[in-house]
Each structure stands twice: as C-alpha cells, then as structure tokens.
Design a binder for this molecule. Structure first.
Ligand SMILES: NC(=O)c1ccc[n+]([C@@H]2O[C@H](COP(=O)([O-])OP(=O)(O)OC[C@H]3O[C@@H](n4cnc5c(N)ncnc54)[C@H](O)[C@@H]3O)[C@@H](O)[C@H]2O)c1
Length: 409
C-alpha cells in the first residue's frame, strides 16, 4: 500500500450484506513563492532556474497568457526575454478586468491551451497580469485536463500580496463574486515589484487595502509601518527609489506575504471556516458586485473593514482612539472609508446572509481586537449593523485633504 492511502473493504454493520468501500488519500501540496526584481531583464535567470519544480531551458515551449494592458507596457520586453533564452513562446494577450472576469474569459484561455496543444506534464502555462488575469488563467488551467500546471507572475500589488500567493482561482458568475472557482495552487509565483511602477495610484491603494487587512488582524508592527511609511511608499509605488523607501517597501511586502502564508498554510482548502484572512470579506463581496464597476476589490474590502472597525468599537473591542488611527491610515493610503451603498441596510443584511450561507450557517465574523489581533463572533444583529453604520458616518467624515484624488491620482 502506498503511504497516505487507505483502502478498506468490509460489510456494513446492521445494513445487510452489501459490501462497501472507503477510499482515503492524502495529497501533498507544495508550491513556491520566489521574489526577484526585474524578472524579464536580460541575464535574470529566476524564471529559468528559480523554481525547482518548474525549470525552463532553451528548446522549451511555453504558452503565456498576459493581461492586454500589461502586454502593451511590457510585451516587447517579455517576448525579447524568451527569444534571448531560446524559449519558443506563444503570447496570448487577454482583456482582464473585473467586468470581464466571467466564464467567457475562461473559455478563451481554454481555446488558447487547445490551440497550443499543451503537454500538461512539461509545459506549465504562464499567467502574467493582475489578480483578475491570474484568477482566470489559474481557473482555466485547473479545469483543463483535470489540472494543468501553471505559473503566476503578478503585476499588481493585490496580485503580489494576495491573489498571487494563495491557492484559490475563480471567476464571477452573474452577481456572485468568484462564484465559480477551484483550489489550485500555481506551481510557482514569481514576484517582481518593478511592475508596480506603471500601476495607477488607485490600484496601488487597492493592494495596500489587503496589506492593511493583515496588519489589522495580525500585526501591530505592520500597521505602525503603514502608519509611518505608507504614504511615502505608496507615492513611490513601492519602487524603493531611496534606500529607506526600499527598506520600507520590502518590509511591508515581505511581512504581509509572510503573515498571509502563515494563515493559509494550515487551512489551504478552507475546511476550517473561521479564517481571519476573511476579515474585510464579510460584506465586501456583495458591496463590490453591487457597486461594480465603481468599487475596486480592495476598496470594497476597506469599506467592510471600516464598518467592522466601527462595530468592534461599539462592542468595546477597539478604542475610539484606535478606530480613529485606523480610519486615518485608510484615508492616508488613498482608500475610501465610506460608500453610499452602506446607506442601504437591506444590502448589508443580504451580504451577511450570503456570507453565513458560505460559512456553513454561522457568521464566523472576524472582528479586530485593538490593532493587530482578532476574534470571531456569531451574533451581529441588524440593529448593531445600523448603529455601526451611523458611527462610521459620524467618525469618518470626509476630509477633503485626504480623499484619494488629492493624495494622488
Ligand atoms: N485568488 C485569490 O486568492 C485572490 C485574492 C485576492 C484578490 N483576488 C482577485 O483579484 C482581483 C483584483 O486584482 P487586481 O487588483 O490585480 O485587479 P486587475 O487584475 O483588474 O488589475 C487592475 C488593472 O491594472 C492593470 N494592470 C495590471 N498590471 C499592471 C501594471 N503593472 N501596470 C499598469 N497596469 C496594470 C490591469 O489591466 C487592470 O486594468 C479580484 O477579482 C479579486 O477577486 C483573488
């Protein structure tokens, strides 16, 4: 018998003589997150030899699906890199933003894999783009021939710290955020923060929202770093143009990824439903889809976090002073703290109901305890939500000097 596999044959107790079998198997999961700046610079060998499970060498073929906006900016460099290294690259640009994160995009990737005639044993698909692109390609790859390996190269901050490092893939279905999806880790993710130099500040803020999430529930130190260096690091698009900014950007990204992986690893398939990384994701899926395309993913997440910070304040888990610091940092990072969708109490209740369905009948709502810690609650009431909404509206008034446009577009 192979280790990790149990195969039992027996007779059901008390249910007659029909035989039955139980099959149990344990599947090992291993994936790599490799950091290397300037991935497509000539002479950078990270993509060729940086991952022990996905080496690439002259004479190999690769299918590369690239976000069409990223292609316009970096496509020449990407193609030149593969040519210089003797890799026969087929590059497929794909439109990839939230409004097209749907089944059609998946079937376009499947068509590309079919046309390429992929050898799923030796030719991982490369996905180069933001969280939308890597989610679409990861989903298509996980379905194609019951699972084709793929490699992620995220080009947005959300991709670097969140969408690129976990195991989930997916696309939206009707109004259901990521309603279709799989658990399918990429063989490797290569992180190159130099891509962020061309990203709009709004999308930098969008990624900072997910970093802030990790800080609020797991690390007061990370929060302090965002509080002291977040504005400068954002303006610098995490490029590290001075030694000090480079140190801060590296620390913020590395700490956030480390905390994220620490949370994900023991619960990769989310069998435990109390997940602190779900912080900011209780109300936001409904808010995001409702407000689409007005709110980006991270913006919806931060509005959820602002609301639940208010809720935690009402419960005495977070002091008013701590809440004010949190709201202030949100704004300073160019993030919205309020959106008019919060005015609709039925929408919030519907969002909570949908989340409860998703979390097996209980709220399992992570709430912050102070800054950097959390606990789960199951007893949030509609009245409490209304009170929290009111508190948020009062305590987080729009400060014209801090709205995203003024902090930088
Ligand atoms: N799988 C997961 O675990 C996970 C985790 C978090 C978020 N997500 C998903 O990620 C998505 C959000 O990802 P996102 O914020 O990266 O959005 P995105 O992929 O839509 O990218 C944002 C925009 O930036 C453009 N872009 C990408 N890279 C660029 C670059 N280097 N320079 C200039 N423009 C660039 C894109 O074309 C797009 O218009 C959501 O759909 C969310 O559900 C998934």
């Amino acid at each position: 018998m192979r280790s990790g596999t149990v195969f039992t044959q027996g007779l059901r107790q008390g249910l007659g003589d029909d035989p039955f079998w139980t099959v149990e198997a344990v599947r090992q999961v291993r994936y790599h997150v490799v950091s290397s700046n300037g991935l497509f610079e000539p002479g950078n060998s990270a993509l060729l030899t940086g991952c022990p499970d996905a080496p690439m060498s002259a004479g190999d073929r690769r299918l590369i699906v690239i976000d069409q906006n990223v292609d316009a900016l970096y496509g020449g460099k990407v193609r030149a890199y593969f040519t210089a290294n003797g890799i026969d690259a087929t590059v497929i640009p794909l439109r990839a933003d939230e409004s097209v994160k749907q089944w059609d995009a998946v079937s376009q990737v499947v068509d590309a894999m079919n046309d390429f005639g992929i050898d799923r044993r030796r030719e991982p698909v490369l996905a180069v783009g933001g969280g939308v692109l890597t989610d679409i390609v990861g989903f298509a790859a996980s379905l194609y021939r019951r699972g084709t390996p793929y490699i992620r190269i995220p080009t947005t901050l959300i991709g670097l710290v969140d969408a690129g490092v976990g195991v989930k893939t997916g696309v939206n279905y009707e109004r259901g955020k990521n309603r279709l999806g799989t658990y399918a880790p990429a063989t490797a993710t290569f992180l190159d923060r130099s891509f962020l130099r061309s990203l709009s500040l709004r999308h930098i803020s969008n990624g900072l929202a997910e970093i802030l999430k990790m800080a609020l529930i797991r690390s007061e130190d990370l929060f302090a770093l965002l509080e002291s260096r977040g504005v400068a690091v954002r303006a610098d698009r995490l490029q590290g143009t001075t030694e000090e900014l480079a140190g801060a950007a590296d620390a913020i990204i590395a700490e956030s990824i480390h905390l994220m992986l620490e949370e994900l690893q023991p619960n990769l398939w989310e069998s435990a439903l109390e997940r602190c990384v779900d912080y900011g994701h209780t109300f936001s899926p409904t808010l995001e889809m409702h407000a689409l395309p007005e709110l980006l993913h991270g913006e919806a997440v931060v509005i959820d976090m602002a609301l639940t910070t208010a809720l935690a304040t009402l419960r005495g888990f977070v002091t008013e002073n701590q809440a004010d610091r949190v709201f202030h940092v949100m704004r300073r990072l160019g993030l919205p703290v309020w959106n008019e969708v919060l005015e609709d109490p039925t929408l919030l209740q519907e969002a909570l109901r949908d989340t409860v369905r998703h979390r097996d009948g209980q709220q399992r709502l992570p709430l912050p305890i102070g800054i950097g810690r959390h606990r789960f609650v199951n007893d949030v009431t509609p009245a409490e939500l209304s009170d929290a909404t009111r508190l948020l509206r009062d305590r987080a008034p729009a400060d014209p000097s801090l709205v995203p446009e003024q902090v930088g577009a």
